[in-house]
Design a protein around this ligand. Structure first.
Ligand code: ADP
Length: 657
């Protein structure tokens, strides 16, 4: 249910009233979940109202950039919080853009009327933060309030209106008076019951805590008159036995630090704050695997707060997934998802970038051209790479986990764009080692390589278990050499693009164990095989003729022990790559690229003697049929499709007769 819920949430993405409608249609069960979640986290109502207030101020501030009739000075924008225990009210006032009568009706009239407010669920569900993702933000006020009054005056209007509601039954709107544009929201806090304690929201300390917890980075001051106590001045004539006296007074205090998290030094921020920020902002319920804080000055001036998610989003490897970072210009959000800030291979990174060098009113098209943005992108890319490297070196278990989530993307990145980024990414890659039975880096493979080993060996296919049992795999492992078992379709393409790995002039080539010579044979073995091949040249020629362009060569094998035949490949395309490419949409049949196949025969096998006898007897027809059967067998062993299964079956039956 969790997963499913997340799916629907993410699909909608932004908060909108549309999402609520969608949700209701989706299923009653999900609605229950949502209500439960609302119950378990009532205190977020304040965050929702403060965010609305801050948005409303943003709107007026934006307007002031072009509209000179806005006279509010930048430093005068504020949100004011007041608490009155006697009347059980919390009042939140902003001097933002305000709402007209129509807007009050439209914005606040929807759910209250729909009756989805009879919160009645009993059991608590997972603590998923749903409210922020649906358009129920404002309505969360009803979780703690028995009555909500909204008094608002829209900027540019002389009229003020009062919206009032007790929840489910509906609302009223009446005309009222208000001196300044903006909105005031008055909550009458519910009476506590045996089960639920609402009085806690009338506790000043608690309220301040809630503001700090959720709204610390709101850019506008959230002010409140706080009750304080101080020692009275000692009277001049106080005697020896004077006892200090205290008096209480009120003082206006700004509750939030306002400086966004990404502008604060890493040492001043607790891990938990980063994690919470990530989860709130990017709708994840798992802590990030890594937090990247980057502050740069010089050619590209920016603050970035990036996160490597702790798990892959459900749609990560689909077209639906959109990469991008939130882009701010001097603390003002200008783009929700700026794709140009991230290369595809780091598309899993989430986060915020804030730069003072960008103009507020820059358009999407202009951003793409923006030189500053390109500099930032380059700098972020380096930073992300370094952080991943650090994680690999210092927190290997975590990195393994990361790689399971996003390694595929790094491998794609290696291979994409003709390997343009392979250099940058190669040290971040992990592959499964047959010897160590775990993921290792290419550098680690090289480190443990015996002096006489010429290649970095790998086998590619669907199952690691099966790959490790291939005859050639056994040969390699018997020699004490390690073997990388590649089971993802992108793996081999990635290595092909890299071609080799290692220090300059000491690079080792990658070698697919089912392609060509393995470099394992001694000189004598090689010579013997060559001699045997030459001695059987007429046989091989006859078989090649029979098989036509299916194979480029027929020869004696050095990698076969008990089996009569196998297929290997020559040239750039391996058998596994042929399979992967052939399974891609649009590449089936004739269009599919083919590898150059070599039919290898076991010279020690009785079948070989039989073939030889046929050739010597000049029975071309039978030899041709046998060659065909052996070729198809070899394909089957490799897990490759055979061209004409019916003809193959008939040929085998023919033998049985
Ligand atoms: P959301 O904020 O997700 O859009 P809400 O239910 O919280 O959903 O609010 C609905 C709308 O009401 C807001 O989009 C905004 O237009 C308007 N609104 C809410 N609070 C205020 C406010 N303090 N000042 C001006 N408009 C507001």
């Amino acid at each position: 249910a969790n997963f499913h819920l997340k799916y629907i949430l993410n699909k909608k993405g932004e908060r909108s009233n549309m999402a609520v409608k969608q949700f209701k249609a989706e299923s009653k069960k999900l609605l229950d979940l949502m209500i439960n979640s609302i119950y378990s986290n009532k205190e977020i109502f304040l965050r929702e109202l403060i965010s609305n207030a801050s948005d409303a101020i943003d709107k007026l501030y934006f307007k002031s950039l072009t509209d000179h009739s806005v006279t509010t000075k930048k430093e005068d924008y504020k949100i004011f919080l007041a608490l009155d225990k006697d009347s059980r009210t919390i009042t939140l006032t902003d001097n933002g853009i305000g709402m007209t009568k129509e807007e009050l009706e439209k914005n606040l009239g929807t759910i209250a009327r729909s009756g989805s407010f009879d919160f009645k669920a009993e059991n608590k569900a997972e603590d998923i933060d749903i409210i922020g993702q649906f358009g129920v933000g404002f309505y969360s006020a009803f979780m703690v309030a028995s009555r909500v009054t909204v008094i608002s005056r829209a900027f540019g209007s002389e009229e003020a209106w009062k919206w009032e509601s007790k929840g489910a039954e509906g609302y009223t709107i009446t005309q009222t008076e208000k001196d300044e544009p903006g909105t005031q929201i008055i909550l009458v806090v519910k009476e506590s019951t045996e089960k639920e304690n609402y009085d806690e929201f009338l506790d000043e300390y608690n309220l301040v805590r809630i503001v700090k917890k959720y709204s610390d980075y709101v850019r506008y001051p959230i002010e409140m008159y706080r009750e304080k106590s101080r020692q009275k001045e000692k009277p001049a004539d106080a005697g020896e036995d004077y006892e200090p006296e205290y008096e209480s007074y009120t003082e206006l205090e700004t509750l939030n630090s306002m400086v966004p998290l990404w502008k604060r030094a890493k040492k001043d921020v607790a891990d938990e704050e980063y994690n919470q920020f990530y989860k709130d902002k990017f709708y994840d319920y798992t802590d990030p695997a890594r937090v990247i804080v980057s502050r740069t000055e010089g050619t590209a001036t920016y603050n970035a707060l990036l996160f490597v998610p702790g798990r892959a989003p459900y749609n990560y490897y689909t077209r639906e997934y959109e990469k991008g970072l939130q882009l701010y210009a001097s603390g003002v959000l200008i783009m929700e998802k700026c794709a140009d800030l991230l290369p595809d291979y780091f598309s899993f990174v989430k986060g915020v970038v804030d730069s003072q060098d960008l103009s507020l009113n820059i358009s999407r098209e202009m951003l793409q051209q923006d030189g500053q943005l390109k500099l930032i992108r380059g700098s972020l890319e380096k930073k992300i790479k370094n952080e991943l490297n650090a994680m690999k070196n210092n927190e290997r278990e975590k990195y393994d986990e990361f790689f399971k989530n996003f390694g595929r993307q790094l491998k794609f990145g290696c291979y994409a764009d003709y390997g343009m980024n392979a250099e940058l990414l190669k040290d971040l890659l992990l592959f499964y080692s047959a010897k160590e039975k775990k993921l290792i880096t290419l550098a680690e493979y090289l480190e443990k390589m015996p002096g006489e080993q010429k290649y970095i060996y790998y086998a590619a296919g669907e199952s690691a278990d099966r790959l490790a049992k291939l005859p050639a795999a056994e040969l390699v492992l018997e020699k004490g050499f390690d073997l990388l078992l590649l089971t993802e379709d992108v793996d081999e393409f990635c290595l092909q693009v890299l071609r080799h790995y290692g220090e300059k002039d000491k690079e080792k080539e990658f070698k697919n164990i089912s392609g060509g010579e393995l470099g394992l044979e001694t000189e004598e073995e090689k010579k013997a095989a060559q001699e045997a091949s030459e001695a059987s040249k007429p046989l091989f020629d006859a078989m090649k003729e029979a098989l036509g362009d299916k194979v480029t060569d027929v020869r004696i094998s050095t990698r076969l022990k008990s089996h009569p035949v196998c297929i290997s490949s020559e040239g750039p395309l391996s058998l596994e790559m042929e399979k992967v490419l052939g399974s891609m949409p649009g590449a089936e049949g004739e269009m599919a690229p083919k590898s150059q196949k070599v039919l290898e025969l076991n010279g020690e096998h009785p079948v070989f003697a039989k073939l030889k006898a046929l050739q010597e007897a000049g029975d071309k027809e039978t030899l041709g049929r046998y060659a065909d059967i052996l070729y198809n067998q070899a394909l089957l062993i490799e897990g490759l499709p055979i061209e004409d299964p019916v003809a193959y079956a008939q040929a085998v039956c023919e033998l049985m007769k």
